[in-house]
Ligand binder design. Structure first.
Ligand SMILES: [Zn+2]
Length: 321
C-alpha cells in the first residue's frame, strides 16, 4: 500500500488519506469515503459511473461497513451494478445515516465519531452541506443526540454541531432505538426479498432467468448472498439481509443445510417463505413440504417456473407498488 498525494479516488474524487496498491490488471483503493474496493484498469479509464458517482460511493461504503464482499469492478459488471443502484429519498438517506450510526455503536449510549468529509457516503449524499442537513434532521427529530448531558432537541443542541470543524460524536437516543426497532418490525414497506439457494452453475441460471425476474416483475428486489458461505457457517450478513427482507424465496434443490437454516430462520421471524424445489429432487426434501407453499419446477421449463413463482408472490404477499 502506498499513499500518493497526487492521486484521487476514481469514484468520489477525494485524495485525502487515499491508499492504493496494484495487482495484475487492477488497482485496490482504500478510500476513507468509499471503503476498500478494486477496479480493473480498463474500468478506471472508462469511468462509466460518472453520472452516479455519489450512489456508487454510497453503495461501496455500505458494503464495506457491513462486511459484504465486493467483486472487482469491471466494464462487464459495472453496467449491471449501476443500473441497480437505488435513488434514495431524503427520508431514506436519513435512515441510512441512522443505521450507519447504529452499526458503529457498540452499546447504547456509545458516542461514535462521524467525520464530515469521510462519512458523507454513509448517507449516500453529494456533499457536506446535504450531509449536515440530514444530521441536523436526525437531531431535530430527537433520534440522535450530540451532547453528553442531554438528549433533547433544543435548538442550541442542534447548532452546537456546526461548531465542530471536522465532525461530531452523536449517539442514538432512546427515541432513536425505539424508531429503529419499530422500523425493523414494520415489514410491509420493505422492497428486498432474500433468496436462499445452493451455489451451483446450473442453479445460477435458474436464479438469473427465473427467480430474480419473477421477484422484479412483482415490484421487489432480489438479494442473494454474493459468495458461497463457508460450509456450516451462517454469516452475520445473511442474518442481517433476511431481517431486512419482506419475504424469502428458498429453493431446496440440492438439500443445502444453509438454505434450510435460512428458511427456518425467516419463518421464525414471521416472514412469508416461498419454497421451491426441482421436481426430481422432491423425494430428497428433508421435511414434509406439503403443509407449505412449495413450487415444483422442471429443467428447461423456465417460463412455467417463473409464472408459478409470480403467481405465488402475488397470491401470498401481493404486488409492491
Ligand atoms: Zn472514494
Amino acid at each position: 500500500m502506498v499513499s500518493d498525494n497526487n492521486e484521487e479516488c476514481p469514484v468520489c474524487k477525494m485524495s485525502e488519506d487515499l491508499k492504493t496498491s496494484r495487482t495484475k490488471g487492477k488497482k485496490v483503493y482504500t478510500c476513507q469515503r468509499c471503503g476498500i474496493f478494486s477496479i480493473s484498469d480498463v474500468a478506471i479509464l472508462q469511468e462509466q459511473w460518472k453520472e452516479k458517482s455519489t450512489e456508487l460511493s454510497g453503495w461501496l461504503r455500505e458494503r464495506h461497513e457491513r462486511g459484504i464482499e465486493i467483486q472487482t469492478l469491471t466494464p462487464s459488471n459495472l453496467p449491471h451494478i449501476l443500473a441497480e443502484l437505488p435513488q434514495h429519498t431524503p427520508l431514506e438517506k436519513q435512515l441510512k445515516l441512522l443505521e450507519s450510526i447504529e452499526l458503529k455503536t457498540h452499546y447504547p449510549g456509545h458516542k461514535v465519531y462521524i467525520n464530515y468529509e469521510f462519512d458523507i457516503s454513509l448517507a449516500w449524499v453529494k456533499n457536506k452541506e446535504e450531509f449536515v442537513f440530514y444530521l441536523k434532521a436526525l437531531l431535530e427529530r430527537g433520534l440522535i443526540g450530540d451532547n453528553e448531558s442531554t438528549s433533547n432537541t433544543s435548538s442550541q443542541n442542534s447548532l452546537n454541531m456546526l461548531d465542530y470543524a471536522l465532525g461530531i460524536k452523536p449517539f442514538i437516543t432512546a427515541k432513536g432505538w425505539e424508531y429503529l426497532e419499530a422500523k425493523a418490525s414494520n415489514n410491509t414497506d420493505k422492497v428486498q426479498v432474500f433468496v436462499a439457494m445452493s451455489f451451483d452453475n446450473e442453479l445460477n441460471s435458474v436464479y438469473e432467468n427465473v427467480i430474480k425476474k419473477a421477484i422484479n416483475s412483482t415490484g421487489y428486489r432480489a438479494c442473494r448472498a454474493d459468495s458461497e458461505p463457508d460450509l456450516g457457517r451462517i454469516d452475520e450478513k445473511i442474518i442481517v439481509e433476511i431481517k431486512k427482507s419482506r419475504f424469502v424465496v428458498a429453493d431446496l434443490t440440492q438439500q443445502n443445510s444453509g438454505v434450510y437454516f435460512e428458511a427456518g430462520f425467516a419463518m421464525a421471524l414471521g416472514l412469508p417463505v416461498i419454497l421451491c424445489v426441482n421436481k426430481d429432487d422432491l423425494k430428497n426434501v428433508h421435511f414434509d413440504v406439503r403443509q407449505f407453499n412449495c413450487i415444483l419446477w422442471e429443467k428447461n421449463e423456465e417460463d412455467d417456473f417463473k409464472n408459478q413463482l409470480e403467481t405465488s408472490i402475488l397470491y401470498n404477499i401481493g404486488r409492491r407498488n
